[in-house]
Design a protein around this ligand. Sequence first.
Ligand code: MGD
Ligand code: MGD
Ligand code: SF4
Ligand code: MO
Length: 667
Amino acid sequence: MSTTGTRTVRSFCRICTAVCGILVDVEGDQVVRVRGDKDHPLSHGYTCAKGRALPALHHHPERFERPLLRVDGELRPVSWEDCLDDLGERLRTIIDADGPEAVGVYFGSGLGMDASGYRMVEALFAAIGTPAKFSPLTIDGTAKTLVAHLVGGFPGFSSHIDYDHATFVLYIGVNPVVSHGHNIALPDPVTEIRKVRSHAEVWVLDPRRTETARLATRHLAPRPGTDYAVLAYLARELLRDGADREVLEHRTIGRDELATAVEPFTVERAATIAGAAEAELAELLAAIRRAGPVAIHTGTGVTMGAVNGNVTAWLSWVLMILTGAMNRPGGLWFHPGFKLQFESFELPVLPPDALFGRGPRSRPDTQSFLGEWPCAALPDEIRAGNIRALLNLGGSILASFPDANVLEPELRSLEVLASTEIIPNPTTDISTHVLPTKDQLERADLTIWDFLVPRISMQHTPPVVDPVGDRRSAWWVLAELGRRLGHDLADPGGTDDEMLARTMHAARCGFDEVVESGYVELPVEVPSPWVETYLDRSGGWRLAPQLLVDQLAELEPPAPLVLIPRRQARKLNAALDFLGEAPEVILHPDDARDAGVVDGQPVVIRTGRGELTGIARVDAAIRRGAVSVPHGHHDANVNLLTDKDVIDPVTGMVRYSGVPVTVEPAG
Ligand SMILES: Nc1nc2c(c(=O)[nH]1)N[C@H]1C(S)=C(S)[C@@H](COP(=O)(O)OP(=O)(O)OC[C@H]3O[C@@H](n4cnc5c(=O)[nH]c(N)nc54)[C@H](O)[C@@H]3O)O[C@H]1N2
Ligand SMILES: Nc1nc2c(c(=O)[nH]1)N[C@H]1C(S)=C(S)[C@@H](COP(=O)(O)OP(=O)(O)OC[C@H]3O[C@@H](n4cnc5c(=O)[nH]c(N)nc54)[C@H](O)[C@@H]3O)O[C@H]1N2
Ligand code: SF4
Ligand SMILES: [Mo]
């Protein structure tokens, strides 16, 4: 093929938080290829199948190019003016009648990587003044934030493994080889894990022998939702012998309370709860005692356990504290931020109840967490008439919220369901307004979640191609909607870069410097003085927050057969389904035999809430009692099985792992 007329644009991928550097080849308005950028300081030429699918996403045959408005039951193309006027007027009428609370806002993942769009969502949300904020926080995981807050005193502690100097890495319920990490990104995971294994032991706790577990030193497969028992046992034994005495004496609060809480977790008890061999647990303890600091990365296998996820996340922190890993080489470093700079002001030491507030009226069993309402509460709030309009900003609600059978009719009953999107999904199919925003190749952008990047860095990309059709910048769409509601949020004539520059106000360098070089990085300091100063003020890590001690005491054993979640390599949640991942249901040969199911056969997975049909993959690499169902399939939607009422009462996180199921052959 001739390369005449091909130009190459240096950019970075914003499908996930790994933000790999990419080179995009363009011919005219055709995006022909995405390759890894070998000179990129973070990703060194690495890309995954999802990043390389950006051209296909951009050229998707059904992509949205024009605003759509539902008229007589049908979505029809209209002008921006007409679409936004209609939307603005309906929202105004609803707000005038019922107040801003009647408008819910979902901060979906699709706008989560659009720096200027996301900033405008925040501005619009604040201007409307509704408390009804929803985001993936309560369907992905609240446990890490809760624990950073309760143990650390500050929810913004974002811990990263010091991979270069680690001696012991423990992955719990996370599969970075497929996911590139949970929130905290690990670009090029296979290379990174192989490298770390040259100087560290890598252990994995996961009911399934995952792609990551295959690269590890050891894999243990506790029963789903029982990791806490393993960690409680380790903490109990380390408190007797092996804990870092210096840290324990000078940097912790609540040693006795912790000792009391974990005392029942003898090796016998932990092994029974986790369905593990006592010898394996003893080997893990011995390996930790040999290694010193334990650096832990937990994932959705932990956070999606809801209540047990809180306890597991807590005891993970405890293990890292006891082994002296916090803010130490070879352990964890805490990201100080690039835009915000934690060392530049006095970080607050928050009281335990600081993050909670009033929850939705229809769900007295819930409260707000970090200013957000549980996604699980959405259907009840709609049914009660409290929410009449929903702004779905880059979300795939029907695939991602629990209890899809209950949720769908409620979403359909909304007077307004407005979605900013790039391609159709079942939620846009039932929307009243579809607002086509620029996809990532069409917009200038900046690193948005700087705390999740494993460097103190910032990058900028210009747009790669012009927007197709009538697509507009998300910030413009939202500012124009705001204007119709009486709020002056931005100059509609501004440029994307002007909006981005606003997000960099008071950052470590000026916006122009990032634009010029594309990538700016500062060295990581471990230990970092700002963390130590903070601990001086806070009195140290709180080892035994009462709320978590109480939750530990109330945990119950998992059901005999439970659903566990799984990411797939060629999907991003419910997006990129055109890459053709099948909804394979992985189950152990013994469970398959009991259910009368053979490999490759269609199977029905059922709960009290609903059922789905997937393809059985019978595999001894998963432990007995766990059924792994991938997330994000529209035709085999795992959220037909989940329950809006089974949540962590503290944070509202819905239980997506450990859901009791039955399995039988389809048909
Ligand atoms: N049962 C169960 N439920 C789950 C999960 C699970 O494992 N099991 N996973 C949970 C997790 S971890 C999460 S994070 C949530 C995700 O929940 P959502 O954020 O609701 O889901 P996504 O599928 O990521 O939807 C992102 C949407 O953004 C669109 N999009 C992509 N790029 C752009 C863009 O540039 N602009 C705009 N406007 N839109 C864009 C995509 O087409 C896609 O439809 O789901 C949660 N739900
Ligand atoms: N390719 C790809 N990458 C993605 C995504 C995607 O959809 N596809 N989604 C992105 C998003 S939004 C997120 S939140 C992250 C999630 O990133 P991860 O948290 O790494 O998600 P998974 O890859 O599903 O890994 C979770 C693991 O937890 C295990 N597990 C389930 N229950 C338990 C349990 O009770 N205990 C233990 N120990 N393990 C358990 C599962 O078997 C699974 O291997 O991935 C991100 N990256
Ligand atoms: S890991 Fe894949 S999806 Fe994530 S940023 Fe890199 S190329 Fe994009
Ligand atoms: Mo997520």
